[in-house]
Design a protein around this ligand. Structure first.
Ligand code: ASP
Ligand code: MG
Length: 449
């Protein structure tokens, strides 16, 4: 048995097709410490499944969408050296997917939606275990629902850590003695055995949760970029990969818009001091980013992130002057509507806060009802068209000159809101969306080039 148990997770592009899967299989077979592999659905498949689950479709549209998924899966099957064992299993999964899609279309039940969403990972893990077996290692496909216990919040299920630890010890640990276990990211099951999912991009989180449950030393996140960058390379080509990051910095980056990691991934890693590696399955020789507790360096500036589509709410009332409990009432309403507040600034009679708005989901919940409820307390203004730019680093509260350098770099722009001081790792600005590219590029130049 291994001393440095490693869990390797491969994202959707890494398992998009047979050739991509072969790269991953070589990475796994090349590291004897890797005993568990967590896979995402092949690229594109979850998007199709989401459209099956969440849009009204005719029978024809359902069967076309299912066919598009089937084509992706069968193309991989067709490349396998030995298809006989896998083909009937894949056929069963494709049948299950079609049945769920039709059933969901009539019933609109959330448990059926999650069952449907899980099919991508269930198929990719079956196929990947077969590709891995071609590297002459012993492998098995393990149903993660046996161990990844969650609550019943379908679509965004919360993991039940104690159950996951106990079940993994009992059912998963014995398997890794004899085989490299290939399992599904993103998917779980509630107490009643109903399939749940952890939210989009949740496979990273699965890998970290299993690493935590089995006290693994390393959790590798293999994707299509050679690590975490100083900023999104699509904003400026001066962005460069980072050799190391602390857990805190990585958590800030993921929360404030870096797309490489699911924001919840760092929590288990932090709790159990698991080292997280991010690298490219296409170019493993290029190395990647190590995320760990103690980095060799703690620079004041590590990276710049951007999160788009921010909504800012300002609540204002003269009654707030000298009043107590106003903020609490405002936030109680926000919490009741399951909105998540990010930044807050206050003045004597008003409070402004931002709400994350991924793909406009906030706009749907920040509906007339929420606003009307707030308006019973105060005047409410809702503004959109903002992006949030965050500089992530270390000792930002105490190091001299850190903030003045940042402010100098953004002095030409209108900053709608500034947040700084709650922790030493970030400084955030809410800016007009048309300025955010220039602001990130300018900050990058000043701080890193
Ligand atoms: N397949 C899921 C998604 O696309 C989970 C993941 O890839 O992490 O969101
Ligand atoms: Mg993904």
């Amino acid at each position: 048995m291994t001393n440095a148990l490693t869990i390797a997770k491969f994202g959707g592009t890494s398992v998009a097709n047979y050739a991509a899967m072969q790269n991953c299989a070589r990475i796994v077979a090349g590291n004897p410490d890797t005993r568990i592999v967590v896979v995402s659905a092949s690229a594109g498949v979850t998007n199709y499944l989401v459209s099956l689950a969440h849009t009204a479709m005719t029978q024809d549209q359902i069967s076309q969408t299912c066919q598009a998924i089937e084509d992706i899966e069968r193309a991989i099957l067709a490349c396998l050296k030995d298809q006989q064992e896998i083909e009937p299993k894949l056929n069963d999964l494709l049948d299950e997917m079609r049945a769920l899609a039709l059933h969901e279309e009539i019933m609109h039940r959330n448990d059926l939606k999650d069952g449907l969403l899980s099919m991508g990972e269930r198929m990719s893990s079956l196929l990947f275990s077969a590709v891995l077996a071609e590297e002459n290692v012993s492998t098995m496909n393990f149903d993660v629902r046996k161990v990844l216990r969650t609550d019943s919040e379908f679509g965004a299920a919360a993991p039940q850590l104690e159950d996951i630890a106990a079940l993994s010890e009992q059912l998963l640990r014995p398997e890794i003695e004899n085989a490299i276990v290939v399992t599904q990211g993103f998917v779980g099951a509630d107490e009643e055995g109903r399939t749940t999912t952890l939210g989009r991009g949740g496979s990273d989180f699965t890998a970290a949760l299993l690493a935590e449950a089995l006290n693994a030393q390393v959790c590798e996140i293999w994707t299509d970029v050679i690590g975490v960058y100083t900023t999104d390379p699509r904003i400026t080509d001066a962005a460069r990969p980072l050799p190391e990051l602390s857990f805190e910095e990585a958590a800030e980056m993921a929360t404030f818009g870096a797309k490489v990691l699911h924001p919840a991934t760092m929590e288990p890693a932090l709790r159990k001091d698991i080292r997280v590696f991010v690298g490219s399955s296409k170019e493993p020789e290029k190395g990647g980013t190590w995320i760990m507790r103690d980095c060799q360096e703690e620079p004041p500036y590590r990276a710049i992130t951007r999160r788009k589509e921010q909504v800012m709410v300002t609540v204002k009332t003269p009654k707030m002057m000298y009043a107590q409990g106003f903020l609490q009432q405002v936030f109680a309403i926000i919490a009741k509507h399951k909105l998540s507040v990010d930044l807050v600034t206050t003045s004597e009679i008003s409070v402004s806060f931002t709400l994350d708005n991924p793909a406009n989901s906030v706009a749907q919940r920040l509906n007339k009802e929420t606003i009307a409820e707030l308006e019973t307390l105060c005047d409410v203004t809702v503004e959109s068209g903002y992006d949030l730019v965050t500089v992530v680093g270390n000792h930002m509260q105490t190091a001299k000159g850190v903030s003045s350098k940042i402010f100098a770099a953004v002095s030409d722009y209108n900053l709608r809101m500034i947040c700084f001081g709650a922790n030493p790792h970030n400084m955030s600005f809410l800016v007009n969306e048309q300025d955010s590219n220039d602001i990130v590029t300018g900050l990058h130049k000043t701080l890193f080039e």
